[in-house]
Every structure is written in structure tokens, then in C-alpha cells.
Design a protein around this ligand. Structure first.
Ligand SMILES: *Cc1c(COP(=O)(O)O)cnc(C)c1O
Length: 394
């Protein structure tokens, strides 16, 4: 069941449990499985499946070394009674939300991802990750017995991760956030978190500085050795962690199932998902859903004024050397969108060497993808962005 390896090399093959424990590969790459999409989710009877059943199916498929009992227990603990909606992620008609829909425009719906305990959409994944992690140690050979979570946040991840990991047995968590660049509410949510194993640290700089520093901590072999000697394994609660990404795949199926139930679509109809994007975790989960057989016509990357992804998706050049804007959507104020690396890996047909080369170039400032690769990416991903005036107007 050792199907996971780094986006940048195939030498080390890990089980899903090991990949979740480690968070990020020692070479800086993200864990991916070449089995993605080999077995599909059964769409027969999808309309009658509730969130719990879908979660068991999707997690069971993507994390094959967890037993069915382990997955079922994780799903019950994560979503049983923690979300203020029976649907967990209810889908509502945009007409009901916005009052009046534009004449002649395609029907549009909004998936409400904010019904979790901290009101961040990240609760969906971060209520699950600690439960998945708690079940990694038992049969992992030579595994350290304690896990230290180190995470950078642009605002929402921090509180959702702290809430998920607070007092989790065998785990500690430290969250780093950019000082003055998260909202006052987010800062208070984090700094008032209860729990014996939690800490919060403000850093001078922006989210990219915090995230890059966390990545450096992970890449520090000397530190890893010292921690290993003390029985501690470092891990991440950012969407670079497979265990954070996979739970998000579920709600794409849940959205589709709800639209089927409401008679808004027919089985097999292809739908588009438009996803506010920062670190590319949420929208990547939509791509995983497509690979698992969900009829997805297009995934549309929505950006704010920090439109590095829009430029990349339209030109094929990813250039992180640009001004950083602080906007009203801090969770999307990101110049280095980590999970793009997984998308590049899959759309480049699993070419680790290409991905490693691009990431080396990115560390120096920018990279350019070959034209055929860009065409493949554009066949799956659309894009758009809104400036601060447009955001305020909407
Ligand atoms: C985290 C977050 C995003 C960005 O999601 P990614 O998975 O990083 O692309 C967008 N909006 C809100 C409100 C968020 O909390």
C-alpha cells in the first residue's frame, strides 16, 4: 500500500499514513499517489448518499491503508455533531442568496462551507486531519511517538487547525501568522485558543514569508534528527498535507449529490466549480474529484488582486516577483501557491524531473511551462480575478 511519493522524486514510496504523518517530503516536494483515479467513486445512487457515506467512500479510495473501521470512526468523530448543518456543506440557490439572478445567466449555486466549529471552510478538512493522524502511529514501523504540527496561516487555517488539534493525544501544534495581515477576529480566535498543546506566533512579513519559513523548518535535516532522537516527528496542517487535501474532495461529490436530489441536474450532467483560490488546495480537491469520476466540466480559479495564478493560467509563466497586495480576502493573498505543484505533477503525466526543475526555478523567481502542458492545464482550469472595487461591489 506504499503508493505515495514526492512530486519531485519516486525513490521513497510511503503509505498514506506515513505521508500524512510526515506532511511534506524531505526534498521539499508534496506527496502524491499515482493511483489517483484508478478506482472511481460509484456514481450509481449518488443522489441518495449523505455526507458521511460519501466521506467514507472517498477517503477509503484515496487512503487505502486505513481500514474501513478506521475511516468510519474518523468520519463520525469529525462530522457527527460538529457542523451546524445536517448536510455539513449545504448547497443553496444563488437566487435565494443574491435576491435576483441575472437574466439569461446559467443557474448558479453556492456551497456553504462555513458551518463548522470555527466558521472557516478549513474546518471541513481540519476536523478530519487530527483524526487521521491519530491513527497513523500504531502500525508505522519505527515511527516517533509524538507529532509536532508546524503551520503557517493567512488567517483561517490557524484557528481551524488549533481547534482541530487542541488536546489531541500525542500532538503539539504551533501556528505562525503574519502580524497585522490577518483580521482582528482571526487574531483573537487564535490567541484565545484553549488547550495544553497549542501555541501561536506572529511573524513580521506576509503569508509567503511565514510559509517559506515553515518549509525551511521541514527541510532542516539537522533539526529533524534532533527531534527524532527525542521521539518527535514534525508534520504540517497546511493543505500541503495529504490528510488535509483528501477530506476536501468529499464536498465536491456532496454538492453534486445535493443538486441531483433537488432535481437541478440529471445524472451525468457536467458542472463547473468556481473556487476562491489561494494555496490551490480547495480547487485541487475538485481536480481529484474529477479524476475520481465526478462529471466536472471546468474548474475555475478565482483570484483577488494577487492574481499570480490568473497570469500563470493565461500565459504559462509563473512569476512570484511581483508586488504583494493586502486585500479584504487575506486567505487568498498568496504569491506562492503550494498545491499548484501537485497539479503540475499530474498534468505533466507524473514527470518528477520536470516538476523538480520548475520548483528550482521558482525558488529563483519564475518558471515557464511548455506549451503542450499549458494547453492541458487550460483544458481543465479556467480563471478570473477581481480587484478590490469589484469585490466590494459584489
Ligand atoms: C483558505 C481560504 C481560501 C484559499 O483556499 P486554498 O485552498 O488555499 O486555495 C479562500 N478563501 C477562504 C475564506 C479561505 O479560508
Amino acid at each position: 500500500m506504499a503508493t505515495y511519493h514526492s512530486t519531485r522524486s519516486r525513490t521513497a514510496q510511503l503509505s498514506a499514513k506515513e505521508a500524512i504523518r510526515r506532511g511534506i517530503a524531505p526534498d521539499g516536494g508534496l506527496y502524491v499517489s499515482d493511483e489517483l483515479g484508478q478506482s472511481k467513486i460509484d456514481l450509481e445512487g449518488l443522489a441518495n448518499k449523505d455526507y458521511f457515506e460519501l466521506a467514507r467512500e472517498v477517503l477509503g479510495t484515496l487512503l487505502p491503508d486505513y481500514t474501513a473501521d478506521e475511516i468510519a470512526a474518523c468520519v463520525d468523530e469529525a462530522y457527527g455533531g460538529t457542523f451546524a448543518s445536517d448536510e455539513v456543506t449545504p448547497v443553496v440557490d444563488l437566487k435565494g442568496v443574491a435576491g435576483e439572478a441575472d437574466q439569461g445567466s446559467a443557474p448558479a449555486y453556492v456551497m456553504e462551507l462555513w458551518h463548522g466549529p470555527t466558521s472557516a471552510f478549513k474546518d471541513v478538512a481540519l476536523q478530519m486531519l487530527p483524526r487521521l493522524m491519530a491513527r497513523t502511529s500504531a502500525n508505522a514501523e519505527g515511527a516517533a511517538d509524538k507529532i509536532m504540527i508546524v503551520t503557517a496561516t493567512s488567517g483561517d487555517t490557524g484557528k481551524a487547525a488549533l481547534a482541530g488539534f487542541a488536546d489531541a493525544p500525542g500532538c503539539g501544534i504551533t501556528v505562525f501568522y503574519p502580524e497585522g495581515k490577518v483580521s482582528r477576529v482571526q487574531e483573537l480566535q487564535m490567541s484565545t485558543q484553549e488547550g495544553a498543546n497549542v501555541s501561536v506566533c506572529a511573524v513580521r512579513g506576509n503569508f509567503d514569508d511565514a510559509q517559506s519559513a515553515v518549509k525551511r523548518i521541514f527541510a532542516d535535516r539537522g533539526l529533524a534528527d534532533r527531534l527524532a532522537a527525542a521521539g518527535v516527528q514534525l508534520s504540517s496542517a497546511n493543505s500541503i498535507n495529504v490528510g488535509r487535501l483528501v477530506p476536501q474532495v468529499v464536498y465536491y461529490f456532496a454538492a453534486y449529490a445535493q443538486l441531483l436530489r433537488a432535481g437541478k441536474i440529471q445524472p451525468g450532467d457536467a458542472v463547473e466549480f468556481c473556487v476562491p483560490t489561494g494555496n490551490f488546495g480547495d480547487i485541487l480537491a475538485g481536480y481529484y474529484a474529477q479524476r475520481l469520476g465526478l462529471p466536472v466540466a471546468k474548474l475555475i480559479v478565482a483570484s483577488d488582486k494577487n492574481n499570480v495564478l490568473f497570469d500563470f493560467l493565461t500565459t504559462g509563466t509563473y512569476d512570484r516577483q511581483r508586488p504583494f497586495y493586502t486585500t479584504t480576502s487575506p486567505s487568498m493573498d498568496i504569491l506562492i501557491s503550494s498545491n499548484l505543484e501537485r497539479m503540475l505533477y499530474y498534468l505533466a503525466g507524473g514527470d518528477c524531473e520536470l516538476v523538480a526543475g520548475l520548483m528550482t526555478q521558482l525558488a529563483q523567481g519564475s518558471y515557464n511551462v511548455p506549451a503542450e502542458l499549458l494547453a492541458k492545464i487550460q483544458a481543465v482550469f479556467g480563471c478570473g480575478w477581481a480587484d478590490e472595487d469589484q469585490v466590494a461591489a459584489a
